[in-house]
Design a protein around this ligand. Sequence first.
Ligand SMILES: [Mn+2]
Length: 325
Amino acid sequence: MTRPSNDSLNAAWDLIDHSQLILVVMHTNPDGDALGSGIALTLGLRQQGKEAHLVCPQPTPLIYEFLNPGDIVEPEAPAGVPDLAVVVDCDRADRVGALQGLVNQARRVLVVDHHPPTSDFGDVRLSHDGYAATAEVVHYLLAHRSVPVTGRMAEALMTGLITDTGGFRFSNTRPETLEMAASLARAGASVADISRRVYDSRTLAGLKLLARALASLQSSPAGTVAWARLSADDFAETGAAPEDTEGFVNVVHSLRGADVAALLREEQPGVVRISLRSRGAAVVSQAAEALGGGGHALAAACVLEASLDDAEERLLQELRKWTAF
Ligand SMILES: [Mn+2]
């Protein structure tokens, strides 16, 4: 698997060719890959003469404002039954949250994704978990029809590649990923510029929150699992926002010898979001799934309705099963 088959790309374009009103939707709380993929694909479809709309009811995280989402992301779908819904960066239909009804209304559904398959929704699926980012799949789709990649589209796709590979540092970075990045750089996207905007733009409150997370850092007896936690009080007292925790789990993961890292965030009293990362010895999606969540082998997440202490205990119970701990 180095690229989608011509058959699957032809099938995807066949759906697009037979559609005029096209909705592009992403998972809730869209990340850099979902937004970058959604924006580039929507602009590419418009170049092909389609009435394409990128719909997301939630505000764009501040660090992705440079992608100019105000110009393209619409909070509500336009009137009319869509001919096609393109679901981006989602392994399951319900990942789109409140937009699921809209997706169900569409005559056809095209899935463009890179998560391990947990369902077979969609009339055509362009998806394989060997791709580093959904942005890779969008790039293949556009290239199949020689759709010109404008500077703005290149910046959006590069953002997807950078954020899902941690700046081309994670093991999902393939030679093909770097070749794609090279072609996007030639089209005007700057790795340095995007990396600075995404990674070096923390708020003072956000860094103070990171200090609290690191103050809570713990390591398992064998040193293979590291975890940190943030309470609702930590957020309130620092004035930081949930989106300020972007990348915190990777800082936890930088502990020498830690194969698995976890960050627990008490989003509101009784609701704890857990992010998990692995370097490969453990498959963290197994632990996440056991706790009602999901994700990739090396990056997964779940949400527990529990106190922070109880959530930590349940997480550690699972991690003892799936890691050397
Ligand atoms: Mn992704």
